[in-house]
Design a protein around this ligand. Structure first.
Ligand code: NDP
Length: 280
């Protein structure tokens, strides 16, 4: 089974649009999202473009503030403070990664947790870990929603996550555990990676290496979730998983593109609407 993130993301966005349209028809304001980016990383530009397009589709007012990499941090901090204090702003996100020399953690933690639609502030990460309600990191939330949509049981399953980043893999481990899964987290110091991936019910790869996960890492009838967004030798978009090599032995697999990526964007819209609901 191919797990189609485009279908699930479209479904989420359709429901958000209906909710926003109904609220606007009854005189409420639209949700508002502020995106801040620094530098000119080409991949980030594509991601921001996709987020703006999705926001416009569902009826979220979106604006994008972009700064040169050598900008004084004062101006970025100043914008975050302004958005943080505005009653009409529901969501603030900083497109990552920031250029070398920028302190990501310091800037992210200036975002009020209630407007942190990427779910990356220290407060929201702590809330997630301790099982409290919070805005959740979008990629991890998207993977959980993909599993739910496709009736992929998580309770009691063995899940191996390759990667331990704060953005994707650690929050995903927390969310998988909250769903009742037994989670093994691997990283670049893990000895004999296949020892952990082959017996798992579900393997999630978030390492950022093109087609790294080949047949040798995959067991039989597994669910394989590929978070990676990479370019192969021909410059084509591809995941961490060697899709053609492993697809026959999986019970379900996400493609790249069209798997986890669209879900990340849809969950950002969903978080923005969640924040807006509380504010209106
Ligand atoms: P990071 O670079 O922050 O983390 C990569 C992780 O992979 C690290 O924990 C690293 O281990 C681990 N790793 C690297 N090489 C190996 C290896 N050979 N064996 C085992 N583990 C390894 O990346 P992110 O989590 O931010 O992103 C991962 C990928 O997902 C990227 O391709 C990124 O573009 C993509 N991405 C996709 C999104 C989507 O919407 N689909 C959203 C966000 C990211 P260590 O900690 O030891 O260094």
């Amino acid at each position: 089974m191919i797990i189609d993130g485009k279908i699930v993301a479209a479904d989420i966005k359709q429901r958000l649009k209906q909710e926003i349209d109904a609220a606007v028809a009854s005189g409420r304001r639209q949700p508002r999202l502020e995106i801040i980016s620094v530098g000119d990383d080409p991949a980030s530009k594509v991601y921001v473009r996709n987020k703006i397009k999705a926001a416009e589709e569902v009826g979220i007012v979106v604006s994008h503030l972009t700064f040169p990499a050598d900008e004084d941090t004062f101006w970025v901090r100043n914008s975050i403070e302004r958005y943080a204090g505005s009653p009409d702003v529901d969501g603030i996100m900083i497109q990552l990664p920031l250029p070398d020399g920028w302190n990501e953690r310091e800037l992210i933690d200036m975002i009020p947790p209630s407007k942190d639609v990427d779910g990356l502030t220290t407060t929201n990460i702590g809330r997630l870990r301790s099982g409290q309600k919070c805005l959740k990191p979008c990629t991890a939330a998207g993977i959980i929603d993909l599993c739910k949509y496709y009736d992929i049981e998580l309770d009691g399953k063995d899940v191996t996550i390759i990667g331990r980043s704060n953005i994707v893999s650690k929050p995903l481990a927390d969310m998988m555990m909250a769903e009742g899964a037994t989670v093994t987290q691997c990283h670049s110091h893990t000895k004999d990676l296949s020892k952990y991936t082959r017996p798992a019910d579900i393997v999630v790869s978030a390492i950022g290496k093109p087609k790294f996960i080949g047949r040798g890492y995959i067991g039989y009838e597994q669910v394989v979730i590929d978070v990676g967004i990479n370019r192969d030798e021909e410059g084509q978009l591809c995941g961490d998983v060697d899709f053609d090599n492993v697809k026959e032995s999986c019970s379900a697999i996400t493609p790249v593109p069209g798997g986890v990526g669209p879900m990340t964007v849809a969950e950002l819209m969903s978080n923005t609407v969640e924040s807006w609901r509380k504010r209106i």
